[in-house]
Design a protein around this ligand. Sequence first.
Ligand code: UFG
Length: 332
Amino acid sequence: MKVLVTGATGYIGSHTVVELLDNNYEVVGLDNFSNSKREVVDKIKEITHKDFKFYECDMLNKEALENIFKENEIDAVIDFAAFKAVGESVSKPVEYYINNVSSILTLLSVMKEFNVKKIVFSSSATVYGKPKSVPITEDAEVGGTTNPYGTSKLMVERILKDLYVSDETMDICILRYFNPIGAHSSGLIGEEPNGIPANLMPYIVKVASGKLECLNVFGNDYNTKDGTGVRDYIHVVDLAVGHVKALEKLNKEKQGLFIYNLGTGKGYSVLEIINTFEKVNNVKVNYKIAPRRPGDIDECYSDPSKALKELGFKCEKTLEDMVRDSWNYENK
Ligand code: UFG
């Protein structure tokens, strides 16, 4: 089976390409390197000892996209190509909607042209907004997103649902990620945000390595076990495996639109993450309690049982694996 992976050199895309190659899928990768590096292509080949076709291409360039479909008989697409910084999306909404919404419209129209019916879409738990209760199941209400990034994910989910209504021969899988952290155990690929990281784990890593002075823990008066925010952290390799499972499902089952949470089902607080990171890696993380960050919620963690039941997907990695692999990547 030949799979087109858009955003193939990004954080989650690169780990997914590794899993696909390890599972003998034929991969065609595409990226415009807007938030990743060309060298990731070689790192993936080094990890897997396998080759794959790669195109430097912007998804808004319809002609270039058509050429890729012409040159390769694509059976399915996994779409990761998107911007993902929540804060940045507030100051650059137009860029976010163009990159995250317009680009997939181009992709979907080219898929239609070439009669490609299977797509796995990279969505986010952010579509749940402020959840009414946890753990969050897939049938929880969506909406109430508080930034253009989140809204762009919600819009694309809606577009895919409308598309399915118009063409029930499509096979669509929407995956809602919780908080991906960690890196491949080789230390060759991992998360490399531009500038000062906005997310917790990349920030912890920079403080531990001395590149940043001190972590601000945003609020210790939340209604949680220790007052700090609770999230469902998932190892990026487990997340990548989830995509392979989703493809298997689309291959087996004909004609459907499926939605799955990808998370562990466990919630950890910011302080638990810091403490585990320090203990496992034997390194100090300077931190101080700071005011709440606007838009943050107390708790967000998944009910992962639907993915277990229907995809046979279960996270294998522990929090210890996650913090160790994040640190290992920084040190390599
Ligand atoms: N946090 C800090 N200090 C920091 C950064 C984060 O204390 O410097 C705290 C946050 O307040 C929160 C937790 O760490 O309690 C996790 O924050 P992240 O920014 O790492 O992640 P979020 O849960 O806010 O958001 C992430 C992604 C979104 C995605 C969402 C899905 O950034 O893209 O998970 O649940 F939509």
